[in-house]
Design a protein around this ligand. Structure first.
Ligand SMILES: Nc1ccn([C@@H]2O[C@H](COP(=O)(O)OP(=O)(O)OP(=O)(O)O)[C@@H](O)[C@H]2O)c(=O)n1
Ligand SMILES: C[C@](O)(CO)[C@H](O)COP(=O)(O)O
Length: 230
């Protein structure tokens, strides 16, 4: 009996402008080890058995995507990004539905700005959640002492850090449940910064799957400098 790899879809929100990078182009197109940052991000999924299809959510003004070789990959579909990340993700989920993805199919949402996802972390996430009733996300337990800031910019308190994890991506949920939760949360005006928070708003408790701390989101210049030094 051969083990068939778990089938899954992917949405890559890649429509941001990268303002915190203060670069001459959106950060997903900045060079990293001879290729664009987004090409490293996509490789991890294109190399994973079981990929049904991948939607990349791009700004309508995006002029860099067509220059990439992966833009011709038949497994990749382009969708329009939205005003906020959550809007881009919702557009991507709707594009998967239009492609024929099933309501119970697994979908993984991963930031284009996280080019250092390890294949082992992706495989751990898929294996851990494949039978989970809700889904979940890669995350890292907080390792530094945390400080709650007061309005005066001074320490207000030191919470128990053992209760805190940093949310990373991919975040993995069933397509129909995530699309409904995200659509309802956005319609209610809820500030949604990751897919898990939309599922939480819908009353679900996503599972935390511990991953590598170097699956960083390139947000500021020093983040890219860190990856270039590796
Ligand atoms: N309207 C948006 C905003 C962000 N993103 C994507 O969501 C991911 C995480 O967002 P973030 O790191 O905040 O990227 P930017 O919004 O580009 O960065 P900034 O906030 O510094 O402008 C990125 O891959 C980004 O391209 C998106 O698809 N659509
Ligand atoms: C989805 C995310 O990467 C989880 O940590 C994060 O919430 C994205 O935040 P951003 O401000 O859109 O970069």
């Amino acid at each position: 009996m051969t083990d068939h790899p778990l089938s899954f879809w992917v949405v890559i929100p890649a429509a941001g402008v990268g303002s915190r990078m203060r670069a001459d182009r959106p950060k997903q197109y900045l060079p990293l080890n001879g290729r664009c940052l987004i090409e490293h991000t996509l490789d991890c999924f294109l190399d994973q058995p079981g990929l049904s299809g991948l939607v990349v959510c791009l700004s309508p003004d995006d002029e860099w995507w067509p220059e990439l070789a992966c833009a011709c990959d038949p497994r990749i579909t382009r969708a329009d990004g939205g005003r906020e990340r959550a809007d881009s993700v919702l557009n991507g989920l709707q594009a998967l539905t239009a492609l024929g993805a099933g309501e119970q199919d697994w979908v993984l949402v991963h930031d284009a700005a996280r080019p250092n996802l390890a294949q082992s972390d992706l495989q751990t996430l898929l294996a851990t959640l494949q039978h989970d009733p809700i889904g979940g996300l890669l995350a890292v337990p907080v390792r530094d002492t945390l400080k709650l800031a007061g309005p005066d910019g001074r320490v207000s308190s030191t919470p128990d850090r053992s209760l805190f994890w940093q949310a990373y991506t991919p975040q993995m949920f069933r397509l129909g449940a995530l699309r409904t939760a995200l659509s309802d949360a956005l319609a209610a005006g809820v500030a949604i910064t990751d897919e898990a928070s939309a599922m939480e708003w819908a009353g679900q408790a996503p599972r935390l799957v511990e991953g590598r701390a170097d699956n960083i989101k390139v947000t500021r210049p020093e983040d890219l400098e860190f990856l270039r030094r590796r």
